[in-house]
Design a protein around this ligand. Structure first.
Ligand SMILES: Cc1cc2nc3c(=O)[nH]c(=O)nc-3n(C[C@H](O)[C@H](O)[C@H](O)COP(=O)(O)OP(=O)(O)OC[C@H]3O[C@@H](n4cnc5c(N)ncnc54)[C@H](O)[C@@H]3O)c2cc1C
Length: 465
């Protein structure tokens, strides 16, 4: 039975906050807050991202309860569930923040078409990005700039479009809604596994980051430095923080602050590119580089995934990912480069692993960065620049603290030796309690050989372009 109040429905997705959210605050009147638990992305996520989502939903529900309402969570395919819910609740309008992936765009177009055909108004916003896709275009081509620096220049100089945030919203309590009986309601208040979520926690993290942000240019590349980067990526991914709030709170009054906010432009850039070219999810942007003769090497892939490659900085990163769902950016670059350039394994297989494991996984960011490392994407690292995992380890983890933390079996080696256990004299290895091939693997590939092999494979693919 339709409700007599004809509520506004706000469909929350990757914007799990009430603050600085144009889809939430852009209208007046009685409102139902809806989240749809879509089995497809839910099953694609590893347990850490699932737990974090559950924690954010609980927290959003609590915030809405404090305002006299609550979060309605329904299960199923949104293309079916959102129009059904809107009809059952007698909604007059539905709003949401748009999303970038091909899947999301197709889904949202189908939902919008179904709602409109029922006479229900649809309002979409871009509350997950600083600038909406399309706001930054190269003058010569009218497309998203293919090089980051000009994109950033224009991104920084472009005024933000208006987000209406002064709506007088009164949230309804889902338990009191007529029409609910026939909808697939999912309980939000399941037992917590201890994961903490929500926008208050995210704001606290942002405030703490203010103490460290000035060190960002010097410290951001040191994976052992827990305060060297902001750890805000999952908040941005789930939208417990608005990117505009982050940019505003940090500002650009110092070099460190400016350098940090510039990173948000990378985030917008990959999102904008993706909206324009959704096929980037599976196809190289660079001509010819879709046809590299990748190796079929399930054992190498498994060694990489499990942190058993014999290259300590690579193994440390992969183990950090497995243990926490997060990995430091420098080490993401090193591990991704190792898979693609040392093992000559297709970047799409690495992307798929990160896709499942990362708590901050978002398709445009993950694919954009993987293609950057693989040298196949826009403004990517040139394919012939190949990271040396030993030099990278020595440079960015000079005292081995990061490796010692995640690869404890190498703990007793000296700061220098810890990045090359296979070069350590047998007696020193024995004293450190290490037996190569037993307590820690031999390197699964020789870097110099692998480098030549990769240059040849990329060269051949380019030659055939
Ligand atoms: C192979 C690979 C895969 C990646 N996959 C993802 C992903 O799925 N989701 C994701 O959010 N980031 C991804 N990144 C980018 C980056 O590693 C993370 O955003 C960063 O490590 C998150 O930690 P932080 O919040 O402490 O970063 P900070 O250094 O504090 O940066 C602040 C914010 O700026 C943005 N940012 C920073 N670096 C980048 C970048 N290279 N590209 C785009 N945005 C950036 C992020 O939103 C980040 O939270 C990937 C990088 C690589 C090399």
């Amino acid at each position: 039975m339709p409700s007599s109040v004809e509520p506004h429905l706000v469909w929350f997705r990757r914007d799990l906050r009430l603050d600085d959210n144009p889809a939430w605050s852009g209208h007046d009147g009685p409102t139902v807050a809806l989240f749809v638990l879509d089995p497809r992305p839910w099953h694609a996520a590893g347990p850490r991202r699932q737990s974090l989502l559950a924690a954010h939903l609980r927290s959003l529900d609590t915030a809405l309860r404090q305002r006299g309402g609550g979060l309605l969570v329904l299960g199923g395919d949104p293309v079916d569930v959102v129009p059904r819910a809107a009809a059952a609740l007698g909604a007059r309008a539905v709003s949401w923040n748009a999303d970038v992936s091909g899947y999301a765009q197709r889904r949202d177009a189908a939902v919008a078409a179904a709602l409109r055909s029922d006479g229900i108004e649809v309002a979409t916003h871009w509350g997950t990005l600083v600038h909406a896709p399309g706001a930054i275009r190269a003058k010569s081509t009218g497309t998203v700039p293919r090089v980051f620096t000009p994109f950033h220049k224009q991104w920084a100089a472009t005024e933000w479009d208006d987000w209406t945030l002064d709506g007088d919203v009164s949230v309804l309590d889902p338990a009191t809604l007529p029409g609910l009986a026939h909808l697939p309601v999912v309980p939000v208040a399941e037992a917590s596994d201890g994961t903490v979520g929500g926008e208050d926690v995210a704001h606290a993290r942002l405030r703490r980051w203010l103490d460290d942000v000035d060190g960002y240019p010097d410290r951001r590349d040191r994976p052992d430095d827990a305060e060297g980067t902001s750890h805000l990526s999952a908040d941005l991914r789930f939208g417990t923080l608005s990117p505009r709030t982050v940019a505003t709170v940090i500002g650009d009054s110092t070099a460190g602050r400016g350098a940090f906010v510039r990173q948000l432009a990378w985030r917008d850039w990959y999102a904008h590119l993706f909206v324009e070219r959704p096929e980037l999810a599976t196809h190289a942007m660079a001509p010819g580089l879709d046809d590299i003769a990748w190796l079929d090497d399930p054992e190498g892939l498994e060694a990489w995934r499990t942190g058993r490659t014999g290259y300590p900085i690579v193994d440390a990163g992969m183990r950090e990912l497995a243990a926490t769902g997060w990995m430091h950016n420098r080490v993401r670059m090193i591990t991704a480069s190792f898979l693609v350039k040392d093992l000559l394994i297709d970047w799409r297989l690495g992307e798929a692993h990160f896709r499942r494991e990362l708590v901050d996984f978002e398709v445009s960011q993950n694919v954009g960065n993987w293609q950057w490392v693989a040298g196949t994407g826009p403004d990517a690292a040139p394919y012939f620049r190949i990271f040396n995992p030993i030099m990278q380890g020595r440079k960015f983890d000079p005292d081995g603290a990061y490796v010692r933390r995640w690869v404890p079996e190498l703990r007793e080696l000296s700061d220098r030796d810890i990045h090359t256990p296979w070069e350590v004299a047998p007696l020193d290895l024995a004293v450190a309690g290490i037996t190569l091939g037993e307590t820690y693997p031999w390197p699964i590939v020789d870097h110099a050989m692998a480098r030549d092999r990769t240059l040849a494979a990329y060269g051949a693919a380019k030659g055939t372009a």
